[in-house]
Design a protein around this ligand. Sequence first.
Ligand code: SF4
Length: 369
Amino acid sequence: MPWEQGPIRPPSEAGSLLLRVTRNCPWNRCTFCATYKGERFSRREREEILAEIRSLRQAADRMEELAGGEVTDGVAQEIYAAYGFPYFHLANWLKSGGRNVFLQDADSLVLPTGELVTVLRALKDTFPSVTRITGYARAATLSRQKPEDWRELASAGLSRLHVGLESGSDPVLRFVQKGVTAAREIEGGQKVVAAGIQLCFYVLVGLGGRDFRTEHPRATAAVVNAVRPDFVRLRSLSVQPGTPLHEQMLSGAFVPLSEDEQVEEIETFLTYLDPYDGQVVSDHILNLLGEVEGVLSRDRERMLEVCRRYLSLPEDERLLYRLGRRLGQFESLADLSGPRRAGVEEKLLHWRSRDRVEEVITRLKHRFV
Ligand code: SF4
């Protein structure tokens, strides 16, 4: 790998250039998260990051030379065949205008502000086409930044932060060892919004399990309402083997919600959200109802209607939809009366006769984690 890369980035940053400024997660204690378990956190040296930016520029120059100007699809394919994926990713990024950069890993704002500002400026100077620089950040870290930090970061080009809010309920945050309180989530979120940096909150549906199934969506909506982030991205909890939460699930200390109960929880969450101009996004394959998307001020009722429509289906239809969704055959409830229904029905009959439908759905979901 010519350039260092971390394991994940948000789906919305699929086309972004990835630049790793820290490695792994400085907290690494959330009981539901397996992403960095067993990995040590470290900061990359400023000089190392700057050298990487220069190396990306040199490679980009060579690609543009090879293309005789702008990188095209054909040139990107040639680069893939000759040099492999990291170069192909860079070529594709150039081809699409070289605008977005995503800073990895889990909490880029733990870097001293001066260092991060140097990196942001170097990125913009080296790649003048860059218009959006984003990164993950922990809410606890955001709340510690001072007003002057935010001013510097915003003016150096930090344009969006992705924050794993997960829940706005203190008991849930404590239970999953998130290392933050609702009050600090609000404080941190409000600072980002006040700095004019776009904010994206990730909400983990089902994280409170049965014990907090009412508290979790209500309290989470209260934090969102207090902060009013630009985006609220829904994620559905699927407990991963190997995590502490999985152990708690096996011991009975955590009782997960069924998929139908998760939809009920989304309905409660949407009901308590203010109809402001923030956008709800369901851009993850684990979300059962990908149609629950829209601008709150305009589409909240429609999104609620999707939840209600699903919940009012007969049990067999809900099961058929869940299976079709996990098989990648259904994208919306309308597919229940579409041409793919017959194929999914056939599979449902097959696994039902073996009493294995739920097991198969769980297995299919784990493919996406
Ligand atoms: S802060 Fe984020 S990356 Fe770190 S352990 Fe928690 S969920 Fe995982």
